[in-house]
Design a protein around this ligand. Structure first.
Ligand code: FES
Ligand SMILES: [Fe+2]
Length: 348
């Protein structure tokens, strides 16, 4: 069996070791779906920035009318990089080399010095673009390796009380790993105990339903009070995913926190994983504030003691993809997850 990458290149398994065959990380293709690009608040009118996603560079800009554009980085004229000196002019971005202008759909709107063929050439001088949408303070892009329009609309995953609000805190990690390997952790329940020391090992509910999947589990977090006495707080955790790029962990009990976990492919072997937090206004109760602060610190962790996500990163960066893993009866639904995730790869 082989895997097809973009451009038709095939990568074959490098070993043949019975039921535990492995393939290289490069064997997994790019999935299609909606993916995090940036926080809305960081892209004000007139902002131009370069983002690397989906094996190439893109230029993200907001025109003076407030509309976002996410277009291919290089100008169709003589190839200048629109993100390196390009400037917003009205509804368009102007190339730094010869001032040609392109709107948020990548259409050429001006060739300022053409004499006779400007209008004709404008129709041909377009750059590729990705559909974008703003939701919950986040700019999302639809990506499909075949450049198709969105196969489903993007909807908020947040609990209603936080829909339409802006993130309270966000963290980003660049990781040398395909996004499927990162997201598979969400159903790898034993790793929560083995790697993170969490008390809950098993999900109490698992559902795979079309574009969506959901799991619930009970967990306990313990804190020491001022007298050094351990106080345990039970949590109910709901994890839901829609497509490959949208994920939510909703923690409910003493405090409520929504954490979006959002993986965006930079390439088939490098990804950005983001944790984006939404929670109620900072409470006047210092105990609640402390719980939220400790909770976020615990989820993010520290590189020095390899805690939180820093415990996962070296595992992700050095693992291989086992196509036929040996799973015990208490492992999570890894193969169901892979089958569900597989729907987001283009058909050969
Ligand atoms: S390279 Fe962009 S206008 Fe010439
Ligand atoms: Fe983890």
């Amino acid at each position: 069996m082989s895997y097809r990458l973009q451009g038709g290149r095939r990568v074959r398994r490098v070993t043949n070791a019975g039921n535990s065959m492995k393939i290289t990380k490069a064997g997994l293709p790019l999935p299609f779906g909606w993916f995090f690009v940036a926080q809305s608040s960081q892209v004000t009118a007139g902002t131009v920035s370069t983002v690397k996603m989906f094996e190439q560079e893109w230029v993200l800009f907001r025109n003076q009318e407030g509309t976002l554009g996410l277009i291919e980085a290089h100008c169709p004229h003589l190839g200048a990089h629109l993100g390196m000196g390009g400037t917003v002019d009205g509804n368009s971005i102007r190339c730094p080399f010869h001032d040609w202008a392109f709107d948020t759909d990548g259409r050429c709107t001006d060739i300022p010095y053409a004499i006779k063929n400007g209008e004709t050439l404008k129709k041909r001088a377009h750059v590729g673009r990705l559909p974008v949408k703003e939701l919950d303070g986040i700019i999302w892009a639809w990506f499909h390796p075949g450049n198709t329009e969105p196969a489903w609309p993007i909807n908020s995953q947040l609990p209603p009380k936080w829909q339409g609000t802006t993130p309270r805190q966000a963290f980003a990690f660049e990781i040398n790993c395909h996004i499927q390997e990162i997201l598979e952790n969400a159903v790898d329940y034993p790793h929560l105990f083995c790697v993170h020391g969490n008390e809950a090992r098993f999900a109490i509910k698992n559902e795979f339903n079309g574009l969506h999947r959901k799991s619930e589990m009970a967990d306990t977090v313990s804190y020491l009070d001022d007298d050094g006495k351990k106080i345990a707080f039970p949590y109910l955790i709901t994890v839901s995913q829609t497509g490959p790029g949208q994920g939510l962990v909703y923690y409910r009990r003493m405090v409520e926190i929504a954490m979006l976990f959002l993986a965006t492919p930079i390439s088939s072997t490098r990804s950005v994983l983001r944790f984006v937090f939404y929670y109620g206004e900072v409470d006047s109760d210092p105990c609640i504030d402390l719980l939220i602060e400790q909770f976020i610190n615990e989820k993010i962790g520290k590189p020095a003691d390899a805690s939180g996500v820093y415990a996962d990163i070296p595992i992700w960066e050095n693992k291989v993809h086992r196509e036929h893993p040996l799973l015990c009866d208490a492992d999570g639904p890894v193969m169901q997850f892979r089958s569900w995730f597989g729907q987001f790869y283009p058909a050969n």
